[in-house]
Design a binder for this molecule. Structure first.
Ligand SMILES: NC(=O)c1ccc[n+]([C@@H]2O[C@H](COP(=O)([O-])OP(=O)(O)OC[C@H]3O[C@@H](n4cnc5c(N)ncnc54)[C@H](OP(=O)(O)O)[C@@H]3O)[C@@H](O)[C@H]2O)c1
Length: 229
């Protein structure tokens, strides 16, 4: 039986490339989208099941139907939302809360919902797609001071990293938990100087999952050295 991956944020950008990559490499994939799906037009698409779910809500019945009690070998919490950069006086705290809901509580909801399915798999992995901008140590050193990143994005990605660490400690020896920075991608969320194609990051992430690395928690940067938390 093929391994099963559950991937959020599958409508576009990195999530869409991840669905195509894993399906093309023999995985069954449940592709979760917030809005109605536009289809995967490539070989392997029959291995892809669709489920609509806004990660800010309780997981949908549609998702439960798609999983259908199967062991889940891999969760990729890829869906994310930021907010436009704004001067301190104009930052809307609601936008910060919304990003935390999508980027932190969403992954937690999915892991809780699929915990027994993860435990039923042979060697399960949780990947939380994060950002180098979520590194507290790098931010405290001023490494990204020249980038105008929103409070909402930085705060939510730092919190998501703590979720990864907490999950790894809770699930030690049972489920490997990784925070993965994909690189600067040419996607809707990418910076103006981004040059990495999402399909390249998807291939690198699939290769990482296929590797035998047992480190958990781990803060990876695809194609580069690991990052500090
Ligand atoms: N792009 C980069 O350079 C970069 C760098 C570092 C890290 N990352 C991380 O990589 C991941 C993918 O980013 P991307 O560049 O592919 O972004 P993207 O093109 O903006 O795609 C974001 C995805 O998240 C989904 N999403 C947003 N809110 C959601 C919600 N409430 N429920 C369900 N799905 C939701 C979107 O769905 P809709 O289409 O329905 O809106 C979309 O599929 C993110 O975690 C991001 O933080 C990206």
């Amino acid at each position: 039986m093929s391994k099963l991956a559950v991937i959020t944020g599958a409508s576009r950008g990195l999530g869409r490339s991840l669905v195509q990559e894993f399906a093309a490499c023999g995985w069954d994939v449940i592709a979760i989208t917030k809005s109605p799906w536009a289809g995967v037009d490539q070989p392997g698409a029959k291995a892809v099941s669709l489920a609509q779910w806004d990660v800010r809500a309780e997981p949908s019945e549609e998702l439960a139907d798609a999983v259908d009690g199967r062991p889940v070998d891999l969760i990729i919490n890829n869906a994310a939302e930021g907010a436009p950069h704004a001067p301190l006086g104009s930052i809307d705290p609601e936008r910060v809360l919304n990003s935390v809901d999508v980027n932190v509580a969403g992954p937690l909801r999915l892991v809780q919902f699929l915990l027994s399915n993860l435990f039923a798999a042979h060697d399960p992995i949780i990947v939380n797609v994060t950002s180098r901008l979520g590194s507290l140590s790098a931010q405290a050193d001023g490494d990204f001071a020249e980038l105008s990143t929103s409070y909402a994005y930085k705060i939510s990605k730092a919190a998501q990293n703590m979720l990864t660490v907490s999950l790894a400690q809770d699930l030690q020896g049972k489920v490997r938990c990784w925070a993965v920075h994909p690189g600067k991608l040419t996607t809707g969320m990418g910076q103006v100087d981004a040059s990495k194609k999402p399909c390249t990051a998807a291939r690198e992430l699939r290769e990482l999952v296929d590797s035998s690395d047992r480190t958990s928690p781990r803060f990876c940067s695809l194609g580069e050295q690991d990052l500090s938390w």
